[in-house]
Design a protein around this ligand. Sequence first.
Ligand SMILES: Nc1ncnc2c1ncn2[C@@H]1O[C@H](COP(=O)(O)OP(=O)(O)OP(=O)(O)O)[C@@H](O)[C@H]1O
Ligand SMILES: [Mg+2]
Length: 357
Amino acid sequence: MDTQDVLNCVFSAWYPKFKDITIKSHILPLPKEFLDYLQADGVVLPEQSVTASGKHDEDDIEGEELDVDWDAADSSETEMPSFPEFESLMKKIIKTLGGSVFPKLNWSAPRDATWISFDKTLRCTCPSDVYLLLKSSEFITHDLTQPFLHCKDCHNRNNITVQYELILRKWQNLASGMEFRCFVRNGKLIAICQRNHTEHYEFISMMKEEIVSDIKAFFYHMVAGKFPSKNYVFDVYRRDKGKLLLIDFNPFGPVTDGLLFTWDELEGLKGERQENDQTQESTAVETSGETSKDQDLVFRFVEQPEGVQPHPYSCFGIPEDIKDLTSGEDPYKMMDLLNLKIQRMGEDQEHSSDEGD
Ligand SMILES: Nc1ncnc2c1ncn2[C@@H]1O[C@H](COP(=O)(O)OP(=O)(O)OP(=O)(O)O)[C@@H](O)[C@H]1O
Ligand SMILES: [Mg+2]
């Protein structure tokens, strides 16, 4: 994977060529102030968006324990950013796209931040929804700070200036079992995998031949030869028989989730069928087997309900301390917690013996 392969996957690089077969989208170059805002620590919503979403009336908040002067405590750090022109452009585009959009930057969507949104999706209906998701996402930080990670020629990356863009895509209600990730190596489709790899979908095994032949036709007629890299990954949504929608392009390499494949496996496939394919128990490896070309294609999906795995983003939105405690990665945190518990128990005992006196 070279930096050029990563640059070919920038949304604005591929969208003009494929716009007839993908979701309607708008590309907004990011003004410098907005980029600075995204790169700054902390989550402060811009001035206009806070006013728009309606501040709480101070009289609403009652109670003795709330007599902290939050305004005074925060005033030194919480300078509210403001980009009225960019914001009104966003509002206009959201309206043009039917009132609901899916946001992303050059490569990534803030999928790790869905836990913070009201309906636990990436659906945005106003600029403040977009700000909150982008500011809460580590995937967005990755786009901003290390987009060329794992590139073989990454020593050159300092010479590359990335023009950052906000992408607003018309919101679609997508059924997760109908999306597939497709791996292309040396211009050949070598592997396909269900996109949501943590679930079992019974219909996939029943329709596997149709799915494979639809994706192959879509690839050879609509995608192959038009995408500039030799190796890449694309995601496709199969709405119905013969009706496919391109979702996204990703680099062919470990920055992209191989889902039910490991990258060692994908690197080893080389477009040839593996005789001793080491398949996981929960998955099936199938080839459609129509022509000699088909022999080289591996389709993998979760075959049994027992193959269901935890959701890959379930760890986001949980405090780091809790994650460390449950994983056992930081034994000192566990010792601190136990000491605190013992101390509390001691205090409780003292308290009850005082009451008994
Ligand atoms: N316009 C849309 N409306 C609703 N859902 C969408 C839309 N576009 C994409 N999605 C869903 O969000 C998922 C992630 O989108 P996308 O691939 O653009 O983000 P990404 O950050 O590049 O993800 P990945 O790194 O896995 O490729 C898609 O697989 C699809 O299920
Ligand atoms: Mg992607």
